[in-house]
Design a binder for this molecule. Structure first.
Ligand SMILES: NC(=O)c1ccc[n+]([C@@H]2O[C@H](COP(=O)([O-])OP(=O)(O)OC[C@H]3O[C@@H](n4cnc5c(N)ncnc54)[C@H](O)[C@@H]3O)[C@@H](O)[C@H]2O)c1
Ligand SMILES: C[C@H]1O[C@H](OP(=O)(O)OP(=O)(O)OC[C@H]2O[C@@H](n3ccc(=O)[nH]c3=O)[C@H](O)[C@@H]2O)[C@H](O)[C@@H](O)C1=O
Length: 334
């Protein structure tokens, strides 16, 4: 490992131009706790950031940050040069994925090609640098998965980390496939890989196709607020700062080969979520004209609810700090 003098660790952060990745990078690059860590963001740039680096432009001036534009599902040779030949990284934190369930129904094959190959190109490079250095743990691989790989849970049912995977849509199937491939790389090659499966995350810079930013965008632009089906489906929500904290906790404290659910106790039906946002928005802008709620065709399959048991990560000392009301207030007023 040929680390630049002042850095103790060098982390490849994939997908860092998007919603969660950009919030993660801002948290670490501006923190005194990580001034001795180099963060390299690699991202193809997509619609979620208007094909720009707008959510991380302010970080480009930081001494411990740099950006590389690349599609890691297609540019294996570049990854090989950076990770295996130049030995630039001690850790990989893999956020990059096409993340929209709705879009995955429209182009399932693209989701599989993009999400699976992006992850496995990285895994191959992590495996090969481990071979080269005679240590499969030479590079630590933190993978951001999702609660959707378990499929839906019935009322009073929750998924533990050893629950069998049962994804229901092309997005979650691509994520479940990656989890299974990572499991095989752990068993066959003893990679230092750790998986994080989270409930819904919301916060700053989330693209307005997801329900919370969609509702806010509709309120601000006086457009109909679109509810899929009858709005009975439920989700559990985690504020972005709490999820970033969970990723940092796992990255810094986890043993290899572990899986961590990252959950929330804030479960809300979609229609209740929309009405909650409207209520809080009106407190902020009391004279706003509130657009209508429009019920549109439901998804081809819409998981009823996701409920994960997150006792395990609590044992690492993590728990959510932000209530749904507090988090929504921060997003509405941002
Ligand atoms: N948002 C949530 O509620 C949530 C919950 C659980 C898990 N996740 C997971 O967290 C991760 C980040 O999600 P997000 O909501 O920030 O997504 P996002 O869509 O906002 O950002 C994803 C980023 O990854 C990049 N990317 C995608 N494919 C790439 C490729 N082949 N090469 C390089 N860059 C690529 C995109 O350009 C984008 O900047 C994803 O892996 C997602 O599955 C998200
Ligand atoms: C853990 C995953 O969270 C996100 O996926 P999910 O599909 O649950 O998020 P959405 O915000 O797209 O949908 C939540 C819920 O709201 C309904 N809805 C959405 C958008 C809209 O315009 N109207 C709606 O009614 C939708 O049908 C759902 O029931 C995240 O995107 C993903 O990456 C995750 O991993």
């Amino acid at each position: 490992m040929i680390l630049e003098q002042q850095f103790s660790r060098s982390v490849l952060v994939t997908g860092g131009a998007g919603f969660i990745g950009s919030n993660f990078l801002r948290a670490v690059c501006t923190s005194q706790d990580y001034q001795d860590v180099k963060f390299t963001c690699i991202d193809k740039l997509s619609y979620v950031s208007d094909n720009t680096t707008k959510f991380i432009d302010d970080l480009l001036k930081e001494d411990n940050f740099e950006f590389i534009k690349a599609d890691i599902s297609e540019e294996y040779d570049l990854l090989y040069r950076l990770i295996v030949e130049q030995e630039l990284f001690t850790d990989v934190i893999h956020f990059a994925a096409e993340s929209s369930v709705d879009r995955s129904f429209e182009d399932p094959l693209f989701f599989t090609k993009n999400n699976v190959l992006a992850a496995q190109n990285l895994l191959e490079c992590v495996r090969l640098i481990g071979n080269k250095r005679g240590d499969p743990h030479h590079v630590k691989f933190i993978h951001i998965s999702t609660d959707e790989v378990y499929g839906e849970q019935r009322t009073n049912e929750s998924a533990a980390e050893n629950t069998l995977l049962s994804p229901s849509n092309p997005y979650s199937a691509s994520k479940g496939a990656i989890d299974l491939i990572i499991n095989a790389y752990i068993k066959s090659f003893q990679l230092f890989a750790v998986l994080i499966r989270s409930n819904n995350v919301y916060g700053y810079h989330q693209y307005p196709e997801k329900i919370i930013p969609m509702t806010l965008y509709s309120l601000c632009h006086r457009q109909p607020i679109r509810i899929h089906g009858d709005g009975h489906n439920k989700r559990r929500y985690l504020f972005i700062d709490d999820f970033v904290s969970a990723v940092l906790t796992v990255w810094n404290k986890s043993e290899p080969y572990e899986i961590y659910n990252v959950g929330s106790d804030d479960e809300v039906t979609n229609i209740d979520m929309v009405n909650l946002i409207i209520r809080q928005y009106k407190q902020w802008k009391p004279y706003s004209t509130i657009p209508p709620i429009t019920y549109v065709t439901d998804r081809k399959f819409n998981d009823d609810r996701y409920d994960v048991d997150f006792t395990k990560i609590r044992r690492l000392g993590w728990k959510p700090q932000t209530t749904l009301q507090q988090g929504l207030d921060k997003v509405i007023r941002s």
